[in-house]
Design a protein around this ligand. Structure first.
Ligand SMILES: [Zn+2]
Length: 312
C-alpha cells in the first residue's frame, strides 16, 4: 500500500505544528492573511468586488471541467475519472418538510375545533379522550417544524459544499462564480484523494487534517489562478476569509499548547464558519506554512508520495 501515509496522520500533523518555529511562522502568516482579508472586506463593503453571476447548470459543468484540469495539473495527477457534479436542489426538501409539519398541525387543529363545536358537554374525561389524538397531532406538527428550523429559521435548509465518497458526487449550492469555482475545486480534490485510496478521516490515525489541508491548498491555488486570469480579486475573498479563521483557530490552540499568551490582534475567534472543523484549521495551517517555505510544488509532491510504491 502507500507507505508514506503514517507521516501525515492527524496525530503526526498536530505534532508537526507544535514548535516555537511553527508558532513564529504562523504569527507571520496570520498577520499577512488578516491584512489581505481586511483589505478584501473593505473592498466588499464598498461594493468594489464583483463575484459574478451564478452559472447555469450547463455552464457550471463546463467550468467544472476547467477546474478539474487545473487541479489535476496542480496536483500532478492524471486519468482521474470525473465525479458527478450537482447543484443542491433545495426546493423538494424544504417543501416536503414544511408540508408534513403544516398538515399534521392543521389537521389536528381543524379536527380539534370541529369537535369543540360539536361536542356535547358530557364530561371532561370524554373531552380529553376525544381530543387526545388532535392535541398530539398539533404537538407533533409543531415539534417537527421546530426541529427542522431549530438551527435558525430558514425556508431553505443550509447547504454547504460537500463531496460524497460513496456516490462520488460533488454537491454545490447555487453560489456566485467567484466562490463557486475555488470551493468546487476543493471538493474535487476530495474526489482525487478518494481515488488515490485516502478514506480514513477521523481519529489519531485518520488523515482528515491532511485531506482538508491539501484541499484548501488547492482551493487557494484556484482562487489565485482565477483572480489573475480574470483580473478580479473577488475570487480570493471566500478563500482568504476561510484561511484567516483557520489560522487564527490553530494559533489560539498552539499558544495554549506551548503555554504562550496569544497576541490580541491575531486571536480573532474560536468560531469556524459553516461546517469547518479542526481538521480544516490544523490542516490549512500545516500546509499553508509548508507552502510558504517550500513553494506551491509541495502539494504535487505530497500526492506523488501517496501514489508511490511502498519502500518497505
Ligand atoms: Zn474539505
Amino acid at each position: 500500500m502507500h507507505g508514506i501515509h503514517h507521516e501525515f496522520t492527524n496525530r503526526e500533523l498536530l505534532k508537526g505544528l507544535q514548535s516555537e518555529e511553527q508558532l513564529r511562522g504562523l504569527e507571520e502568516l496570520l498577520d499577512f492573511e488578516i491584512d489581505r482579508f481586511s483589505r478584501l472586506e473593505l473592498f466588499k463593503g464598498k461594493r468594489r468586488l464583483d463575484f459574478g453571476s451564478v452559472p447555469g447548470k450547463v455552464e457550471f459543468a463546463s467550468l467544472f471541467d476547467e477546474v478539474r484540469s487545473e487541479v489535476d495539473v496542480f496536483m500532478g495527477v492524471s486519468g482521474i475519472q470525473a465525479p458527478n457534479v450537482n447543484y443542491y436542489n433545495k426546493v423538494p426538501g424544504q417543501v416536503f418538510h414544511n408540508a408534513v409539519a403544516a398538515s399534521l398541525f392543521l389537521t389536528g387543529l381543524y379536527d380539534y375545533a370541529l369537535k369543540l363545536v360539536l361536542l356535547n358537554s358530557d364530561s371532561l374525561d370524554s373531552f380529553l379522550s376525544r381530543q387526545f389524538v388532535n392535541v398530539m397531532m398539533m404537538a407533533t406538527g409543531f415539534f417537527y417544524f421546530y426541529k427542522y428550523h431549530s438551527r435558525g429559521f430558514y425556508w431553505q435548509p443550509p447547504a454547504d459544499y460537500t463531496y460524497s465518497p460513496r456516490f462520488e458526487v460533488v454537491n454545490a449550492p447555487k453560489d456566485r462564480r467567484a466562490n463557486l469555482l475555488p470551493l468546487a475545486g476543493h471538493e474535487y480534490t476530495h474526489h482525487v484523494q478518494k481515488k488515490l485510496g485516502l478514506v480514513s478521516y477521523e481519529g489519531n490515525e485518520g488523515m482528515g487534517a491532511f485531506m482538508e489541508g491539501t484541499a484548501i491548498g488547492v482551493q487557494r491555488h484556484l482562487s489565485e489562478w482565477y483572480a489573475e486570469k480574470h483580473g478580479n480579486e473577488s475570487y480570493l475573498y471566500i478563500v482568504v476569509k476561510e484561511s484567516t479563521y483557520n489560522l487564527s483557530r490553530a494559533y489560539n490552540w498552539l499558544c495554549q499548547a506551548l503555554g504562550r499568551e496569544p497576541k490580541k490582534s491575531l486571536s480573532l475567534t474560536d468560531e469556524l464558519p459553516g461546517r469547518r472543523t479542526e481538521y480544516h484549521a490544523f490542516g490549512d495551517s500545516f500546509f499553508y506554512l509548508l507552502e510558504k517555505r517550500r513553494g506551491k510544488g509541495v502539494y504535487a509532491e505530497m500526492f506523488a508520495s501517496l501514489t508511490a510504491p511502498d519502500q518497505g
